[in-house]
Design a protein around this ligand. Structure first.
Ligand code: ZN
Ligand code: FE
Length: 256
């Protein structure tokens, strides 16, 4: 049985391990130490490394890992990451024979220009593109690009487990409640995820159905989200991508 484990790293990153029996791949190893400890504790063998984008908190641990275990490193062809041995692009399939698994590559520009996500076996590894109830900042891409990237992820099967690279969910929920104060599913998610954090558990993986019901960045066509964005912008917003742009700007300025 394939399953995932969230290995906490740095301040608020998760390094996801996709595991079958005693073999695993890890996604976005921002540091090596927590992975090395986890491999040792669980008796799991590293078969490959997957990377979604070039930011330090996602690649910082690769060198130390491959010095110890010389495994293939998959990463976006459109970004320059020194440790990547297997550059990947849209539509390519990453075969992971040790896990009997295959993951499909989706190019999802917006947070960075070459950002990729990996999808397969009911799991999505989306790096800093889609977060629990939020999305990544637009460091290198346009609102139109990010909106289109998120729409692609939202079109995946509803039960897809969403493995994001950061534990930002509660902050994102606080913002989402400001955008959509009357969304009952959002209120339920707030209760559920606050309880998880109180117990010291991750709020992730989430799933696509939950994100579509609660994440304002996937709801730019919903009347309540449009109303909040228009009130902030002081003008009519005709395109979903314009609603997205305004909601993203509001989030950039949001302080609890
Ligand atoms: Zn990033
Ligand atoms: Fe990050």
């Amino acid at each position: 049985m394939l399953h995932v484990e969230a290995i906490p790293a740095l301040k608020d990153n998760y390094i996801w391990a996709l595991v079958r029996d005693t073999a695993c791949v890890v996604v976005d190893p921002g540091e090596a130490a927590p992975i090395l400890a986890w491999l040792q504790d669980t008796g799991t063998r590293l078969a490959a490394v997957l990377v979604t984008h070039h930011h330090r908190d996602h690649v910082g641990g690769i060198r130390e890992l491959v010095d110890r275990f010389p495994v293939p490193v998959y990463g976006p062809a459109k970004e320059s990451i020194a440790e990547v041995t297997h550059p990947v692009a849209e539509g390519q399939v990453v075969a992971l024979p040790d896990l009997g698994a295959e993951l499909r590559v989706l190019e999802v520009p917006g947070h960075t220009r070459g950002h990729v996500a990996y999808y397969g076996h009911g799991h999505l590894f989306c790096g800093d593109t889609l977060f629990g109830c939020g999305c990544g900042r637009l460091f290198e891409g346009s609102p139109e690009e990010m909106h289109a990237s998120l729409a692609r992820l939202a079109a995946l099967p509803e039960d897809t487990r969403v493995c994001c690279a950061h534990e930002y969910t509660l902050d994102n929920i606080a913002f989402a409640l400001q955008i959509e104060p009357a969304n009952p599913e959002l209120a339920a998610r707030a209760r559920r995820d606050r309880a998880r954090r109180r117990r010291g558990e991750p709020t992730l993986p989430s799933d696509i159905a939950t994100e579509k019901a609660t994440n304002p960045f996937l709801r730019c066509g919903e009347a309540a989200v449009v109303r909040s964005a228009q009130a902030h912008a002081g003008q009519d917003l005709r395109r979903e991508a314009d609603v997205f742009r305004v909601v993203r700007e509001m989030k950039d300025r949001f302080r609890q």
